[in-house]
Design a protein around this ligand. Structure first.
Ligand code: ZN
Length: 160
């Protein structure tokens, strides 16, 4: 069958940045997702629609169809004393904070100055072109329960 709404898709994929560095890849060739349920980024999901098992594709997903553009307003300077109880603050440290819409966001320390800490609330892949090499391994129909839950069940899927 072809990849369409409510198909369960098994993929091999490799994700690289524009310099050819591997950012992410499927483990054991067993990445599964439920098509049409926003399990994966829109750019990749749209490119996979209509494909079937055995097909391979190489696509570049722009940030707008991936993890979004980098939002400069999400980079903020915070007084160092706010971190008094957090131990050593160093570049690369990540923690959870409340985002503008009230949801939890992961914030990364990108610079430590004398009195302030510069934090970045953008997704680590925001503003990054995503170069995917993808092979479709299997396509099957989702069960009613999977459709209801919005994710794949089974050995490589979601466990409850
Ligand atoms: Zn479930």
């Amino acid at each position: 069958m072809q990849i369409e709404q409510n198909a369960v898709v098994t993929l091999h994929y490799t994700l690289k940045d524009n310099d050819g560095n591997v950012i992410d890849q499927s483990e054991d060739g067993s990445f599964l997702y439920l098509h049409g349920a926003m399990n994966i980024i829109p750019g990749l999901e749209n490119a996979l629609a209509g494909k079937s098992a055995g097909e391979e594709l190489s696509i570049t997903v722009a940030p707008e169809e991936g993890y979004g553009a980098k939002d400069p307003e999400r980079v903020q300077e915070v007084p160092k004393e706010m971190f008094e109880n957090s131990g050593d603050i160093e570049v690369g440290l990540q923690f959870h904070a409340e985002g503008p819409d009230g949801g939890a966001v992961v914030v990364t320390v990108i610079e430590v100055k004398d009195d302030v800490v510069v934090i970045d609330g953008n997704h680590a892949l925001a503003g990054v072109d995503l170069n995917f090499d993808v092979k479709v391994i299997e396509v099957r129909e989702a069960s009613e329960e999977e459709i209801e839950h919005g994710h794949v069940h089974g050995p490589h899927g979601h466990h409850h």
